[in-house]
Design a protein around this ligand. Structure first.
Ligand code: SF4
Length: 408
């Protein structure tokens, strides 16, 4: 895979060394068991795959090069380039301004953009409307475009299905930048509707079977369907694509549910289902797949707690947390500051989107066994710093330093 120039502040010699060693031992990526780092009173189970993915490294390389090459110019990012607070803060420190927040709320009016400005498109891509608006202002959007190729792959897949006369159901978070971008691209080719989860999918299914009156659809799915969408005919033939960072099992369940429903409703079988349901292998990216599968490997251990590091608005990180918390106490943190003391941790609850402080988060027993992973937009240097702080907390500071030395 291509190597990117990513600032050293985001790298960790220790983690790069561990990852390189695992890669060397398992070139075909068949082993998803974690790496055990035994520091005496604390044992870390480090996920087989975590941290910066291809798309994030690509975006960081382009953004930092853009800053270097455009000194004296105003540089804007359409929104957060990736969902990581440290990376976004560094970009702001270097003078980059964000035009919108992550949910599309305008921070700086588009009217203020001039043709001599630089506008970077984030890794999630953007909508065709915004792209056209920027082009009309004389901004060369393709020059500083960090859209991940795996997101573009979903757009291409949607276009391909649309070309064969299928509509599109997008499984994604409606407000997420990537889902908005994918919706925009898909709906420029074919009728498109977004479902957030299985609950919404079941309701959508009721319009396919006629169980619910068509008129109700437009209220129930308000803001989630493309212009001119006709529920009485636009879901007679469709395929499902997803936001690349969704939970693999969720997308699979949604696609299987709709496929079974279509099969029953139209009295089809495995041979002729493709008449009405496009065979879209799920469109999750490789990093989401690897990181989620690596969590399965982590959960096979006898760990006591899990610490997952990443941005609170990061979809792929949230799904790692979701998988872990089904099995053990899981703490979702975005910086080392959240480890408040040897007994207290402040962590994010993605269900109600609030931070909580948990006392006595470490079990009294020793060694304490901790699962460690991070999202695809989280720097390894931050994961190392979190492990360092946890090691100090467990009186294993020296052992952690020795471990780091061994990877120099
Ligand atoms: S998580 Fe996947 S789709 Fe998203 S930026 Fe990374 S590689 Fe691209």
């Amino acid at each position: 895979m291509k190597k990117f120039e990513v600032p050293n502040i985001y790298r960790s010699q220790l983690i790069s060394g561990i990852k390189a060693k695992r890669k060397e031992q398992d070139k075909l990526k068949k082993d998803f068991s974690p790496t055990l780092l035994d520091l005496g009173p604390v044992q870390f189970y480090l996920a087989r795959h975590f941290g910066f993915c291809y798309g994030v490294e690509n975006a960081i390389e382009i953004a930092f090069k853009t800053i270097e090459e455009n000194k004296g110019k105003r540089i804007f990012l359409l929104s957060e380039m990736i969902h990581n607070p440290q990376v976004n803060a560094t970009l702001i420190e270097r003078g980059v301004q964000f035009l919108q927040d992550t949910y599309g709320k305008q921070l700086i009016p588009f009217d203020e953009i001039r043709s001599d400005d630089v506008v970077i498109i984030p890794a999630f891509g953007t909508t065709l409307d915004i792209e056209e608006m920027l082009n009309a202002k004389g901004i060369a959007t393709e020059k500083y475009n960090t859209t991940c190729p795996f997101v573009e792959k979903v757009w291409n897949r949607s276009e391909q299905i649309a070309g064969k006369g299928y509509s599109i159901v997008v499984h994604g978070k409606p407000k997420h930048e990537e889902t908005r971008a994918t919706f925009s691209h898909a709906s420029s080719h074919t009728p498109t509707v977004i479902v957030n989860d299985m609950k919404e999918t079941i309701e959508l299914g009721k319009y396919i079977t006629g169980e619910k009156p068509a008129e109700q659809f437009y209220e129930e799915f308000k803001g989630l369907y493309s212009n001119g969408f006709d529920i009485t005919k636009d879901l007679e033939r469709f395929g499902v694509v997803n936001q690349t960072t969704q939970l693999a099992s969720d997308t699979q369940a949604i696609a299987e549910y709709l496929k079974a429903l279509v099969m029953k409703h139209y009295n089809l079988n495995a041979q002729n289902i493709s008449e009405r349901f496009a065979d879209t292998r799920d469109t999750l990216c490789y990093a989401t797949n690897d990181n989620q599968t690596a969590i399965t490997g982590l959960l096979e251990t006898d760990a006591d707690i899990a610490v997952i590091v990443g941005g609170y608005n990061s979809s792929n990180t949230t799904h790692l947390v979701e998988l872990c918390e089904e099995k053990l106490p899981t703490y979702f943190i975005n910086s080392t500051d959240k480890i408040l003391s040897s007994t207290e941790i402040m962590h994010f609850n993605f269900h109600d989107k609030k931070e909580y402080i948990t006392k006595d988060f470490f079990p009294a027993k020793r060694p304490v066994k901790i699962l460690i992973s991070s999202g695809a937009s989280c720097p390894d240097s931050l994961v190392e710093a979190v492990m360092d702080k946890l090691a100090v907390t467990c009186n294993a500071a020296d052992a952690f330093q020795q471990l780091k030395e061994s990877y120099k």
